[in-house]
Design a protein around this ligand. Structure first.
Ligand SMILES: [Mn+2]
Length: 377
């Protein structure tokens, strides 16, 4: 008889993140949205009656959590029973005596790994074994899987842990691909890398990072989500299928747009609008646009607002360089020529940031010397 089991893998949720780059009001709203997104996952688990949830670390952003977050967590997890939750504390929320894991009185359907070394948790009635470990502090210096093998190959064997895969010098649990392949589990639910990527096969093991649930900065682009694993028993073997389910409410994205050749303000607007709509960015997107290319020295960039483009928030980085008549400026005996010659080493030889800063200085300087309006974005 065919038996199918669904397993939900999530992690790097970072509840109660400070979102410190945002204003007080916006950061409070983002914390609430993050909790709301997490509640969405819990609703999904209940609606689909998923029997097992793996949380691969960094459920909390730190070992501090607000009373209301702990209360919500307790209530939501209890309401999911008989679903079992297995949690592997990560580098942001290590298992310590004062952590929520030790003091939070979490419901009975939660199992938390408490040791740095490999431990095993069996779901008796489902013939599933989950192997995992805990961070006990900010660092974890060895691979709990090294040289180990699953103990009972007849069960559905899973790994749940926070680890930096194939980064042997890392002090964030340096597990290697060979460790995972050699261990011989069916699925490895990893946390730590916030970017979701398709699962990879390491030996017989499907191995995946779930990414975060909500991006918190431009370093964490895309809409966050969870991995839904469907394991089907086929004779003695298990067949696994992985599906990405999106839950994030907002996303951070960066677009690099070359505006060379734009002669007027409306050309820039048209180019940006086309790029934004091609990517389908809207109210859910905090967008950074990096403007590239060359512009005439007297070109004044228009003021660009998030509302104009229908996105949540807009951050413009002007990395354009001015096209200038360098042969003329080089020989120019006025202050303009002097300005150009002073900036020339950085315009032609610095890092991209230095070149951009020097180009800004030249554009603003020439504009000032020519009594033109200056707009600095
Ligand atoms: Mn994390």
């Amino acid at each position: 008889m065919e038996q199918t089991i669904q397993i939900l893998h999530c992690g790097d949720i970072h509840l109660d993140s400070p979102f410190s780059r945002l204003s007080v009001e916006k950061s409070e709203r983002r914390r609430a949205e993050l909790r709301e997104t997490f509640l969405g996952v819990m609703r999904y688990v209940r609606d689909k009656a998923i029997p097992l949830v793996l949380i691969s670390g960094d459920l909390f952003d730190s070992d501090f959590a607000t009373g209301s977050t702990i209360e919500t967590l307790r209530r939501e997890i209890a309401a999911c029973a008989p679903t079992q939750f297995v949690i592997s504390p990560g580098n942001h929320d290590p298992y310590t005596m004062r952590s929520v894991y030790a003091t939070g009185r979490l419901p009975e359907n939660v199992h938390i790994f408490k040791e740095e070394g490999l431990a095993r948790f069996d779901l008796a009635d489902l013939s599933i074994s989950v192997y995992g470990w805990a961070f006990l502090r900010k660092t974890h210096s060895f691979s709990p899987l090294a040289g180990k093998r699953v103990e009972d190959a007849g069960r559905l064997n899973l790994i749940c842990g926070h680890a930096f895969l194939d980064n042997v010098l890392s002090d964030c649990c340096p597990v290697t691909g060979e460790d995972i392949a050699g261990f011989g589990a069916h699925y490895a639910a990893l946390g730590h890398i916030h970017k979701y990527s398709e699962g990879t096969r390491l030996g017989e093991t499907l191995c995946a990072y779930c990414g975060c649930l909500e991006g918190r900065s431009f370093d964490e682009p895309g809409i966050g989500g969870v991995n839904l694993i469907e394991a089907t028993k086929d004779g003695d073997a298990w067949r696994l299928r992985s599906e990405r389910i999106l839950f994030g409410k907002r996303r951070y994205e960066t677009l690099q747009i070359d505006i060379t050749g734009c002669a007027e303000e409306k050309d820039v607007l048209a180019k940006l609008t086309a790029a934004i709509s091609a990517h389908g960015y809207g109210e859910e997107t905090t967008l950074r646009i990096r403007l590239m290319g060359e512009l005439p020295t007297d070109f004044v960039l228009p003021q660009l607002s998030a509302e104009e483009f229908g996105v949540y928030s807009l951050d413009i980085q002007d990395m354009t360089t001015p096209t200038y008549n360098c042969a003329y400026l080089e020989r120019d005996m006025t202050v303009k020529g002097e300005l150009y010659r002073t900036l020339l080493p950085r315009l032609s030889g610095g890092t991209p940031e230095e070149r951009a800063a020097a180009a800004d200085a030249l554009r603003v300087g020439l504009a000032a010397l020519e009594n033109r309006d200056i707009t600095i974005i």
